[in-house]
Design a protein around this ligand. Structure first.
Ligand code: FPP
Length: 236
């Protein structure tokens, strides 16, 4: 571990926008799916290292609601990759007490992907280690609209709608807000990821493309986070 890291100030919840697989592949003259495959390897390392560092919640943005706009074969390839990922990782995740969680509307995913997800959720549901959330067909605005629908349908009076009630009706109901949001590949946007939950998050952007995001790069991001002065809108 990087000796400059303060072990007592590791963020409890880290959320990551894994971006740049396509550009990484293109730079190598390879098809985009080659990049996604490499991205899967990077993800494996980051999940492992989150446990080593003592991160309690890790949330990754894999496919946005806009991912449907990708070419059809790329979309299908990504869903196959998800099945492959769980196929090769679930035993290790479970052995390490990782609890798998999915945020987003995964109800319309291909049957094979849904099966893999269901198996992973079922197998790890009682685990008390790292809570590892994967955003699939997730959009932050969609999540907020759904929360409002749920609240109205449950018959709550307008006067009783609070921020806390909203939070409890999001996909992340049981998960604290992320202290740190990391985005790879240099883009300076949240892209509709955890827009409610990241209201006070520190955002760290690295130019590194996701397949090149190693545990050392991860630690650099946490170090940058530890150097920030978090005021939550107030003054110190
Ligand atoms: C962004 O790169 C990446 C994705 C949309 C897919 C993320 C998928 C993985 C990291 C693979 C493993 C994940 C799971 C959960 C199995 P991009 O294609 O948008 O890159 P670009 O901006 O360079 O085109």
């Amino acid at each position: 571990m990087n000796t400059s890291l303060d072990k007592n100030r590791i963020p409890r919840h880290v959320a990551i926008i894994m971006d740049g697989n396509g550009r990484w592949a293109k730079a190598k003259g390879q098809p985009r799916l080659f990049g996604h495959n490499a991205g899967m390897e990077a993800l494996r390392e980051i999940v492992r290292h989150s446990q080593t560092l003592g991160v309690k919640y890790l949330t990754v943005y894999a496919f946005s609601t806009e991912s449907g706009k990708r070419p059809e074969d790329e979309g299908a390839g990504l869903f196959k990759l998800l099945v492959k990922y769980f196929g090769s990782e679930i035993d290790e995740l479970h052995a390490n007490h990782v609890k798998v969680n999915i945020i987003g509307d995964w109800s319309k995913l291909p049957a094979e992907s849904k099966q893999a997800i269901n198996d992973a959720l079922e197998k790890t549901k009682n685990n008390d280690g790292l809570v590892f959330s994967i955003a699939l067909n997730y959009g932050g605005r969609d999540e907020i609209a759904r929360a409002v629908k749920n609240i109205i349908e449950s018959g709550v009076n307008a006067a009783d709608i609070t921020e806390e009630l909203m939070s409890k009706n999001l996909y992340t109901a049981d998960i604290p807000d992320p202290e740190l949001v990391i985005r790879t590949s240099g883009e300076l946007r949240l892209s509709n990821f955890l827009i409610w939950q990241s209201a006070y998050s520190e955002i760290v952007i690295t130019p590194v493309l996701w397949p090149d995001f190693t545990k050392e790069e991860y630690e650099k991001c946490i170090l940058e986070y530890q150097g920030r002065d978090r005021r939550f809108g107030g003054i110190k």
